[in-house]
Design a protein. Structure first.
Length: 195
């Protein structure tokens, strides 16, 4: 999605919220919204997709007492900045973008680089970790009794004499979840004829 297409999309989203949009070429700030009067004024010569997304977030959150333009100490402004980056990132990904093309994202949206990087990087890393956990759990859950048996036979083959077995060490050695303790314990008992 090009910069212009993104701007048009965001402006249509604002219109869907019932806001009148006025393009004023001499407006002193790139964009501003009055939630109470349902109007957005912007300067099409200056506005960026990030700034329009920022104003859209104010609309969605019904922020009507914000203070100065882009006041970094105002919680509503901080939230609007963060959520604007997340909204734009969601649109970017939906159009085939990925973290590998982060510079394209910043160039297209004109989001402040450091802000966008910190937000997207954190979201991306959290998502990546969550996916890894899910994938890891699926792998661990898919182990069956025969696989456990094979692991235990392999593990036992390293010992000349077995006096005690530490099941947690066994699970760790084969990178298995400690949730399989009971299954491993039963297999050890059956193989070693104990209990």
């Amino acid at each position: 999605m090009s910069r212009q297409e993104l701007l048009e999309y965001l402006l249509k989203e604002i219109e869907k919220c019932g806001f009148k949009i006025v393009d004023v070429g001499f407006f002193p700030v790139p964009a501003a919204v009055n939630v109470d009067n349902k109007i957005m004024i912007f300067n099409s010569n200056e506005v960026s997709p990030f700034e329009v997304a920022h104003e859209l977030i104010h609309i969605l959150n019904k922020d009507n007492h914000r203070g100065d333009y882009f006041d970094a100490t105002n919680p509503q402004e901080v939230r609007a900045n963060r959520e604007a980056v997340l909204l734009l990132w969601e649109i970017f990904e939906a159009n085939g973008g990925s973290y590998e093309y982060f510079n394209v994202f910043v160039n297209t949206t004109e989001a402040p680089f450091e802000l966008a990087e910190s937000i997207v990087k954190n979201e991306y890393l959290e998502m990546h970790e969550a996916i890894a956990e899910i994938f890891e759990d699926e792998i661990k859950v898919s182990i069956n009794k025969q696989e456990m048996h094979d692991y235990i036979v392999d593990y036992i083959s390293y010992f000349d004499v077995i006096e005690t077995i530490n099941i947690y060490q066994f699970l760790d050695r084969y990178h298995l979840s400690h949730n399989f303790y009971s299954l491993a314990e039963k297999e050890f008992q059956q193989l070693l004829g104990a209990g």
